[in-house]
Design a protein around this ligand. Structure first.
Ligand code: KG4
Ligand code: ZN
Length: 347
């Protein structure tokens, strides 16, 4: 197969990113550079991502990220075979900034322009890092997404189910806020949960009575608030141990639900496909050690292989966009100057 080198741009949420990825044929791809400018500090005072601030920061940082990614790779724009950019889904102002930047680069160089679905970027990461063959089963768990997919090709996805309300990362972040722990909530809740008793508080296990792969996390947050308020009413405040026990109970509920729904996703996959699948997980919540352990247990019990990309490629980055663009490019996918930003774009 022909060796291809792509520049990728990502600006759909609160990370401005550019990366250069090369793929020489079979086997994993090579991330020649991956530059990320995180905006967390710009938004921290507001308790969430402010779209207007995000869009402005993307517009200001994108060309710096592109320059730094090319420099770090030791390459020039003329060494690229194409330019890939996230064209959605995401915050529209940020996505437009990325698409305009990519169009400018494509117009100036004559290079092909490839629009990439951000979720496809996450979903193809196991191929970027481990050359996982199609088809495979994907669990996307982040602050914004939660879904099970069968990945059959660069543009061929079957959605088996997903959250009907909050994403799990969102639930971790809200839980941290309710307990006065720092953001992002995932790591702080995980840290506190280490010293907690997961049995003390009885958290619900939403939607486990349904046979499908749909999930719900907003009830956990409501349950947590109720339990917290009850302890506060009884004792006048929360001790360190109360907080740890609440975190442990909450985290165990999420891990249990994801493990059980993954079991179901594997079952559904097996009904339609010959051979046991590889189960891949990506997204920021994949960093959680309790969740990872629960998924690994399900996979070893069902005889399926488990893979999770390194954390830097699990969370938002541009290498996954360059790689997804590269796979689209290989099968003839192209865009032109009519490429538009899509705030909503289901796989
Ligand atoms: O994929 P990501 O960087 O951004 C998107 O949402 O696209 O994911 C960020 C989310 C945040 O909600 C954060 O709290 C969560 O991932 N997260 C974790 C952990 N580390 C990050 N959640 C649970 N446990 C963790 N260790
Ligand atoms: Zn993402």
């Amino acid at each position: 197969t022909q060796s291809l080198t792509l520049l990728g741009l990502e600006s759909s949420c609160d990370d401005t990113a550019a990366a250069v990825v090369r793929h020489c044929g079979d086997g994993p791809a090579e991330v020649l550079s991956s530059v990320i400018f995180g905006q967390a500090e710009l938004h921290s005072a507001y308790g969430g991502v402010v779209p207007e601030i995000a869009a402005r920061a993307h517009a200001e940082k994108l060309d710096h990220c592109v320059r730094d990614a090319l420099t770090a790779a030791g390459l020039h724009l003329r060494d690229m075979d194409a330019i890939a950019v996230t064209a959605g889904p995401g915050l529209i102002g940020g996505v437009i900034s990325g698409v305009m930047c990519a169009k400018g680069l494509a117009a100036a160089t004559g290079l092909p322009l490839i629009g990439v679905n951000h979720l496809a970027g996450h979903a193809l990461t196991p191929r970027l890092t481990d050359a996982v063959p199609y088809p495979y089963l994907m669990l996307l768990v982040s602050g914004g997404h939660c879904q099970y997919l069968i990945v059959r090709g660069p543009e061929d996805f079957t959605r088996l189910g997903g959250t009907i309300d909050d994403a799990p990362g969102e639930a971790f972040d809200k839980t941290a806020r309710l307990l006065g722990l720092p953001q992002p909530g995932g790591p702080s809740v995980q840290d506190d949960a280490e010293n907690g008793d997961p049995q003390r508080f009885r958290f619900p296990r939403p939607l486990l009575d349904r046979p499908d792969c749909n999930l719900s996390f907003s009830g956990l947050k409501t349950a947590l608030m109720r339990m917290r308020d009850q302890v506060m009413a009884e004792k006048g405040g929360l001790t360190r141990q109360d907080r740890a026990d609440l975190c442990a109970g909450f985290q165990a509920a999420i891990a249990d639900v994801l493990a059980e729904k993954t079991r179901r996703a594997i079952r559904i996959y097996l009904e339609e496909n010959p051979g046991t699948p590889t189960v891949a997980v990506a997204g920021g919540v994949a960093a959680n050690t309790a969740i990872r352990a629960a998924l690994e247990t399900v996979c070893s019990e069902t005889g399926t292989a488990f893979t999770a990309p390194p954390l830097a490629l699990c969370t938002d980055n541009a290498a996954m966009i360059a790689y997804a663009g590269l796979e689209r490019f290989r099968i003839g996918g192209r865009d032109d100057m009519t490429l538009s930003a899509r705030p909503r774009w289901p796989l």
